[in-house]
Design a protein around this ligand. Sequence first.
Ligand code: NDP
Length: 254
Amino acid sequence: MSFPLFDLAGRRALVTGSGQGIGLALAEGLAAHGARVILNGRDAGRLEAAAATLAEAGHAVETAAFDVTDPDAVAAAVAALEAGGPVEILVNNAGIQFRAPLEDFPIERWRALMETNVSSLFYVGQAVARGMIARGRGKIINIASVQSELARPGIAPYTATKGAVRNLTRGMATDWARHGLQVNAIAPGYFRTPLNRALVENPEFSTWLAARTPAGRWGETRELIGAAVFLASDASSFVNGHTLHVDGGITASI
Ligand code: NDP
């Protein structure tokens, strides 16, 4: 049985920040639907280990270690990747978190959050989109957050970055849809990853989360794959500038 609308066979997909966590789950999910995935992160050792696991499972996988906050490194890496064939799908997933009361928030942490969570989408997105525009097709998926909509104490800067991700997604779609690109975002709720270690290890948070989320639990990273496959495939050919919440209903309810 084949599902042509969702078939990613042979498509090359760069997933930033995919040595672990949500990025790795998305890369594995895209690969399971036929894509040739390119893992990225700064830790080359972690990427090689993750790539070996995917390859053992029979998936087509490459690695590209670079820092998404360094525009020169991004330009060089994307040029090298495109020399090996077109990058047809980009998932802008790399992101960081830092928690502190806003009145004590260190300025260097603010800057790092802005560079990693917002500017990198521009750097990598622009570099990859140029090839997509020349080819007249391409898919970009930006990873937003429940914090694209809602704040929580101690993470005001992260909340600002994820609000920007949502609106940058709209802006990218507005500029690039006419060139045959679809640019959309996935906004995850709460998933157990290293980024959320402080929350995962806090039983009070899990109790609060279960009560606050209509689905009554944490999400599993594999539950983000369906949204990614939809937005990476022909099934979403007229979807542009949309943010798809995958959050157990948390942003639907007060
Ligand atoms: P993790 O911390 O588990 O993974 C983040 C990845 O990003 C790491 O593999 C890291 O690799 C990479 N990364 C960080 N900085 C850079 C950089 N400058 N250049 C290249 N790669 C980088 O996070 P999650 O998987 O939890 O989060 C992934 C995305 O999902 C983020 O954008 C996050 O904001 C978002 N999100 C997560 C939620 C959750 O519940 N976990 C909820 C909502 C959104 P390395 O250190 O090797 O560079």
